[in-house]
Write a protein that binds this ligand. Structure first.
Ligand code: PLP
Length: 406
């Protein structure tokens, strides 16, 4: 059994009122709140260990380097990568996808080739591929979804062709919550010799991710969506692929030997970590992993699933509310439209009731368009949410309807 009160007590930001109402935070898919252990780990780094890494011989530089590499080891364990060199620290999922597009993509994708994405992608796993395809004279293919919000695997099979150079697919959709069967998808792609990049931004806070079990080639995620700090993220890449990749950004720390004419590169991961890294962010991410590890993750998942089912059932009872599909397996997201009311107006009324949700196109404009919408309201869940939060959402939606008509 989860001790929800104890979990909530770990999050100072949850214990506040907004507009005179207790905060009901249902926007964790945008960014989760941070437990005290993470906030304190970041502060402690700056108070006690702050120094630049990999380049000093003094005590603080040594401690900072150990802290960064210790965090890398924690992330390695968290996703079950084999060597820690497969873990690259970056700013977040967006930067990880851009790194793959600029380095791996430029080397592998040429005129007439194809990159395959899906209709479920967040803009950050779509636009970099549009730019790459335009630059290389390649074609972007998009695998569609069915009426339940699941990827059409038959279509995926058809689209995986002899010119496909990469499949980029989200583990969990940020707009619908659909959990895609990554292991099966990777098997299909690999059977045709196509490498797979998984956008795990919405997965890692909820599902236990094992990159070796999934079999994917790359897996990207952001610290701030899994109780860690903003500004730090991770790219897992299979060692053999990272080895063959050229740097994208260059400068200090990623080089091995430099003359005025040329330079040689460090091995991964440092080849991809030019400049001073976000050491405090990595330390905070390590603390977030420790925090998650102290919970029983199976119970957290069961709790979030129960909340999701309860939320769906409650929202379905509201007349005029259109709940978007969430796939056969769904994670932590409730997206909906209320009558013809504009989602921003609904969100504003909810905010006045203390309920924080996301409204807009959710950085998934093509997907929403496919569903006949230009924007939506999204309530998203985390370990600290309660049934009372969902009741508050439902009450606030009734309030929105009363205030705005509809
Ligand atoms: N991919 C998905 C599925 C997301 O939900 C998000 C953020 O909302 C991103 C990528 C981008 O993450 P970040 O802004 O942390 O780089």
């Amino acid at each position: 059994m989860l001790d929800l009160q104890a979990i909530r007590a770990d999050f100072p930001a949850l214990a506040q009122s907004v507009h005179g109402r207790p905060l009901v935070y249902l926007d964790s898919a945008a960014t989760s709140q941070k437990p005290r252990a993470v906030i304190e780990a970041v502060a402690r780094f700056y108070q006690e260990d702050n120094a630049n890494v990999h380049r000093g011989v003094h005590e603080l530089a040594e401690r900072a380097t150990l802290a960064l590499e210790g965090a890398r080891e924690k992330v390695r364990g968290f996703v079950n990568a084999a060597p820690a060199a497969e873990i690259v620290f970056l700013r977040g999922t967006t930067e990880a996808v851009n790194l793959i597009a600029h380095s791996f993509g430029r080397a592998r994708v040429g005129p007439g080739d194809e990159v395959l994405v899906t209709a479920l992608e967040h803009h950050s796993n779509l636009v970099p591929w549009q730019l790459l395809c335009a630059e290389r004279g390649a074609t972007l293919r998009v695998c569609g979804i069915d009426e339940r919000g699941d990827l059409r695997l038959d279509e995926l099979d058809r689209l995986l062709g002899p010119r496909t150079r990469l499949l980029a697919v989200s583990h969990v959709s940020n707009a619908l919550g659909t959990v895609s069967p990554i292991k099966a998808i990777v098997e299909r792609a690999h059977a045709r010799g196509v490498p797979v990049l998984v956008d795990g931004a919405q997965a890692v806070a909820h599902l236990a991710v094992d990159v070796r079990e999934l079999g994917c080639d790359f897996y990207a995620f952001s610290g701030h969506k899994m109780y860690g700090p903003m500004g730090i993220g991770v790219l897992y890449g299979r060692a053999a692929l990272l080895e063959e990749m050229a740097p994208w950004q260059s400068g200090g720390e990623m080089v091995s030997e430099v003359s005025f004419e040329r330079a040689t590169w460090q091995p991964p991961p440092r080849r991809f970590e030019a400049g001073t890294p976000d050491v405090a962010g990595a330390v905070g991410l390590g603390a977030a992993i420790d925090w998650l590890d102290r919970l029983d993750r199976k119970s957290v998942l069961a709790h979030e699933r129960a909340l999701l089912a309860r939320g769906r059932a409650a929202l379905e009872k509201i007349a005029g509310l259109r709940l978007l599909p969430g796939g056969r397996e769904s994670s932590a997201v409730l997206s909906f439209a209320l009558d013809k009311l504009h989602p921003h107006d609904v969100g504003t009324v909810l905010d006045l009731e203390g309920v924080a949700v996301r409204t807009g196109h959710l950085c998934a404009q093509p997907l929403l368009r496919l569903l006949g919408l230009s924007s939506t309201v999204r309530a998203s869940l985390a370990a600290y949410n309660t049934e009372a939060d969902l009741d508050a959402l439902v009450n606030a939606l009734h309030q929105a309807r009363a205030t705005l008509g509809g």
